[in-house]
Structures are given as C-alpha cells and as structure tokens.
Design a protein around this ligand. Sequence first.
Ligand SMILES: NC(=O)N[C@@H](CC(=O)O)C(=O)O
Ligand SMILES: [Zn+2]
Ligand SMILES: [Zn+2]
Length: 346
Amino acid sequence: MTDAPNRLTIRRPDDWHVHLRDGAVLAGVAKHTAHQFARAIVMPNLSPPVTTVEAAAAYRNRIVAAAGPGFTPLMTAYLTDTIAADEIARGFAEGVFTAAKLYPAHATTGSAHGVTDVANIRPVLERMEKIGMPLLIHGEVTDAHVDIFDREAVFIERTLSGLVRDLPGLKVVFEHITTADAVAFVESAGPNVAATITPQHLHINRNAMFTGGIRPHMYCLPVAKREVHRLALRKAATSGSAKFFLGTDSAPHAVGAKEAACGCAGIFNAPYALESYLAVFEEEGAIDKFEGFASEHGPRFYGLPLNEGTVTLERSGTQVPDMIDANGTPIVPFHAGEELVWRYLG
Ligand SMILES: NC(=O)N[C@@H](CC(=O)O)C(=O)O
Ligand SMILES: [Zn+2]
Ligand SMILES: [Zn+2]
C-alpha cells in the first residue's frame, strides 16, 4: 500500500447543479461557488421562475456581476406546462440556455410553477431531443400517497423509464440522485442518461435528520435515504463511471427559514464542497477517481470543453464555521462546526 498523498492537484472542476438565488444573497453565495468552480449549472427556481431567454440573460448578468471574473454561469430554463418549444430552442441556439429543468409541480422548493404532467411538455422534449439540449430532472413523484422515502424510486417507475424509452435520443441528467434504484437505472440506461450526486447524499443517511432531536440543516430534497442507498451512491460516484458527476445542489436558506415550524428544504454546501467530496473519495480509496467525477465527466456529457488550469487541495484540515454571513443573510453550512481533513488552496 502506498502512502496517502498530502496534496492533490486536479483539473479545474465544475458544479453541474447549484442554486445561487438572487438579490443581496446572490452576492453572498455566488462567490463561494466561483471560488471552487470554473462553471456551474444554475438552477432556475427563482421567484418568479426563469422561464424566458430574456430573464435568463438578465439573471446571468447579475451572477457575473456578483461572482466576478473567471466564473461562467450556465443557465437553465424552468419548464412549465405552457412553455413554448420555440422559446427553449431559441435560448439554446443563442447560447443563453445550456439546459432545461423539469420540476414536477410542488416536488420541492420553488416548484409551484412546475410541470403537472410530462405529457404537457411532450413537444418541448421532442424539440430538445432534436437539438441535443439536455433535460435536467428533479426526479420525485408528488403524489402525497407515496411515502416520501419512496418518491424517487416511484418516479423512475411512473415517469422516467417511459420518458427515456419514448425519447431515446434525449440527453437526461437525473439530478441529485439519492437511491440505489436511481444508480441502477442510470447504469442500465444508454450513454445519454447521467446523474449528479451531492456531497450530503454521500455523507449522510436519513438518521442524520434525527440525531438527538430534529436537525433541520440535514434536510434537503430529495430527502436522505437509508444507509444502503448512501453506500450505493458512494460506489457509483467513486466507480470512475462517466455517467456520474459532481453537482452540489447547494441550496442556501437563511437560518431562520430552516429553523422553523415548517423549515425549508436545502443544504448550503458550496463553501467547502471540494473538501467534502474529496473526503468521500479518500474514504473509499478512490482519490484517483476524483478528477473524473469533478472535472471531466460533466463537461463530456454536456459536450463542453474541459477547463484549463488546475486546483489544489492539501491535507492540512479545514475548520468549518457554525455560520456563514452571506452578504447579510446568516446561513448554516453543511459540516458546520466539523473539521474536514482536506483544505482547498485554490
Ligand atoms: N434541494 C433542495 O432541498 N432544495 C432546492 C430545490 C431542489 O433542488 O430540489 C432549493 O432550491 O432550495
Ligand atoms: Zn431538486
Ligand atoms: Zn437543486
């Protein structure tokens, strides 16, 4: 056995799923993503949602202004029941939309305007298949009769498997997967089906939400599942398979919105995302697979160039603060109060 390395240098990575929000908090959170990542796929679940080319272009300008030079936001369109295929295709042709996002209506934060039935957007999906535009999916059913821990697996059965069968040429990213079922589905699907995996779903199982009391900062959607699912996700992420890549789903909410009678779903992991992921790869004995997951599989799937330049992490430890001030909004980060083994040097 060789000694564990004390430094790791990889090609500059990207985040293929992030919530940067808007207004004052945008400036407070975007800089964390821009510090670690060259590019990020920016989720469109603002209020109101980003449903037009103009709104996405304006949002992109606000992000660039907030994040500063050297960071490229990749914008997404929020699919609704009534969105026009022409608007989606125009945004893609103009280089404003990189992808379009499917939120089943009421599945998660900011999804009230989402799609009530995928049949309603069939012409949009057919157009996307034709032009090679990726579809990003929050994959959970919204049927209140389905147990919350089963909603991803049931989505595969009821919606995703049919969609992939009917539109075999469509590029699909199954976002923030949380189950062994999702891993198996993605592995058995064709090369145009991939998935992002968050750091929290690699670190925690559902017990983390109930350790000694209710833990709202461990709550996100899709909700963390049983240990057997976490282990399947760790295996997939560290396998070297090009179908799995980094997408933090960093989803900041003010501390008061989390610590409430009805707390918001979302975990803010952007500030220490690479340290968090790398801990998992090291624990799995797969540091050599980290660069593929963080920096290569995503751009190859999207058909984008790999980044130039590198980033380095060192084994000197990072103390994660209890709270982060996001330009006036206090937010509890993932791993709050913990010491992580690696330190990001830039
Ligand atoms: N992941 C979450 O728990 N929340 C996200 C929405 C989402 O990605 O589902 C948010 O915008 O807060
Ligand atoms: Zn989601
Ligand atoms: Zn998300």
